[in-house]
Design a protein. Structure first.
Ligand code: SF4
Ligand code: SF4
Length: 134
């Protein structure tokens, strides 16, 4: 694992993964009305007393959305940063409802896949990855 942490990120591979799901990401980035309806159905959002970091739309936009805007040109530090958003702050329960059909859990799951493709994933023994929902 120490080897993987130091390794550079395969930006071409990330871009290829992103390109395969362009349509869904455009829907998220262009059509999200920031109405917060999805937030009301997320138990982590309510459990954290409305902390905006737990809004489903925030979690997707600040992980996958940023990856997409950067066209995958990110470094390992960036993936480590979004790791907390896509694992600790979401359990993929699929309860969040969006009236315009943005599928937030699938976006977060996809961000996880991209992180995993580069050897970035949480160690659930680390306290910071348990604090949110365990
Ligand atoms: S419900 Fe849909 S449109 Fe509204 S903030 Fe959530 S993702 Fe965006
Ligand atoms: S899938 Fe994630 S964002 Fe959606 S309700 Fe569940 S914990 Fe919240």
């Amino acid at each position: 694992m120490a080897e993987q942490t130091k390794a550079s990120v395969e930006t071409g591979k990330i871009k290829a993964m992103l390109d395969r799901r362009k349509g869904k990401m455009k829907l998220l980035l262009s059509h999200c009305a920031h109405c917060s309806i999805c937030a009301e159905s997320c138990f982590l959002y309510t459990a954290h007393h409305g902390d905006p970091q737990y809004m489903p739309s925030y979690k997707a936009i600040f992980s996958l959305g940023r990856l997409y805007k950067k066209r995958g040109r990110v470094d390992r530090g960036f993936l480590e940063e979004i790791k907390g958003i896509v694992w600790r702050n979401c359990v993929l329960c699929r309860r969040c409802y969006c009236p315009i059909g943005i599928d937030i859990p699938s976006m977060i799951a996809f961000a996880r896949s991209i992180c995993r493709s580069q050897g970035v994933y949480p160690d659930f023994e680390e306290p910071e990855h348990r604090e949110s929902w365990l």
